[in-house]
Design a binder for this molecule. Structure first.
Ligand SMILES: *[C@@H]1O[C@H](CO)[C@@H](O)[C@H](O)[C@H]1NC(C)=O
Length: 375
């Protein structure tokens, strides 16, 4: 009698214990009460929950003149066997080859879910011409912008990288409210980026499927971005496209730390001078510090939301010119006709995507789950 009574008391006190957490969250899927260590957002992709994930619908090319456009289409994003797939396809499959050089794409739609999500960089309407073709690839980018954004916590995403030349998968976080101003003043947290090329060599180093990276972007304006001091890569000779790995972020009021499969990749622990000093921006007294009234973690002391996407190519240098690839890179980053050059080189890259096998699984970014825990 006594011992079972004790058992009930202990059990009930464990169940009801809630240590308040420093983590905060908002959005339609954010919990009302946040207990320390609790799972506060999760998706295991048993179904495609578009209440959690909003599709981007835009031709914008990510600000890097990437070659894809993002749409809400089950050819390009779907769940199957408990996994999310983001799968590229050819725009010409839908509209025909000649559409690329002469067609007009107006992707603004009337339904709430069909609105163009980014008008920047000719993102809602484009007309193709022979030198400046329409985005030749269709793909997807999904985000928790309405459902869930959070400040501080632990993120774990179990994912498998795509293989195929010039594919650029990313799992990342962007600021929900741009509290310190527009990019990159409010920061960007890139949990994971990689390149789909199976044998891409830059200065003797494999930078394709054998490399995964994490990066922070932060600075007072686009030309002044301190990412070089917050960028880490890890190489794995068997390739991140072979298996699922756990990509992790630990984000506290003191540091940001990235890990893969529980092994730390890199971290930033800013001093009292915060990211202003960490980025070296304090050396120029003429630049106004947008973070001066934030904490030392600013701009990473505000809420961010999660993004998962598969991009292709682009001209910002993520795929440097002059690198070795079995079939050379078909565009240069200063070419005014980069998308056309890329498309004209498709006999080189398209066979590496294996789109006709297994519903294009090789070229798909696959995600098993996304989990966010409170600190
Ligand atoms: C979805 O994509 C496929 C493949 O490109 C295309 O055939 C289909 O028409 C698209 N659906 C819509 C509604 O646009």
């Amino acid at each position: 009698m006594w011992s079972s009574f004790l058992g009930v008391v202990v059990l009930s006190s464990v169940v009801s214990a809630c240590t308040p957490s420093v983590t905060t969250a908002s959005g339609t899927h954010a919990p009302v009460t946040i207990c320390s260590g609790a799972l506060i957002f999760a998706d295991d992709f048993e179904e495609f929950d578009l209440e959690k994930w909003q599709h981007e619908n835009t031709l914008a090319g990510g600000g890097n003149w990437e070659f894809q456009y993002y749409n809400n289409n089950r050819t390009n994003s779907f769940t199957h066997s408990g996994r999310l797939f983001i799968r590229p396809s050819l725009t010409s499959d839908q509209f025909g080859d000649s559409f690329l050089t002469s067609g007009h794409l107006d992707i603004e739609g009337g339904a709430p879910a069909d609105r163009c999500t980014n008008p920047q960089w000719y993102g809602c309407q484009r007309t193709g011409s022979p030198s400046n073709i329409l985005n030749p690839i269709k793909s997807a980018r999904i985000r928790t912008v309405n459902s869930f954004s959070f400040r501080y916590g632990r993120v774990e995403v179990r994912a498998k990288m795509p293989a195929g030349d010039w594919l650029w998968p990313a799992i990342w976080l962007m600021p929900a409210y741009n509290t310190y101003g527009t990019w990159p003043a409010s920061g960007e947290i890139d949990l994971l980026e990689s390149r789909g090329n199976r044998n891409l060599i830059n200065n003797g180093v494999h930078i394709g499927t054998q490399e995964a990276s994490s990066t922070l972007h932060y600075g007072p304006y686009p030309a002044l971005n301190g990412w070089e001091r917050a960028h880490w890569v890890r190489r794995k000779t068997s390739g991140y496209d072979r298996d699922f790995h756990r990509y992790q972020l630990e984000w506290t009021p003191d540091f940001l730390r990235f890990s893969i499969d529980d092994v730390e990749l890199g971290r930033v622990t800013p001093g009292n001078g915060g990211f202003w000093e960490y980025g070296g921006f304090n050396s120029n007294p003429n630049i106004h510090n947008p973070w001066r009234y934030g904490t030392k973690m600013a701009p990473f002391d505000q809420k961010f939301y999660i993004i998962i996407n598969l991009a292709v190519g682009g001209t910002n240098g993520f795929f440097p010119d002059g690198i070795y690839n079995p079939v050379p890179k078909p565009w240069s980053n200063n070419s005014p006709t980069a998308a056309t050059d890329f498309w004209n080189g498709r006999s080189g890259w398209l066979p590496t995507w294996n789109l006709n096998q297994n519903d294009g699984q090789d070229a798909s970014l696959q995600v098993d789950y996304v989990r966010v825990f409170a600190l």
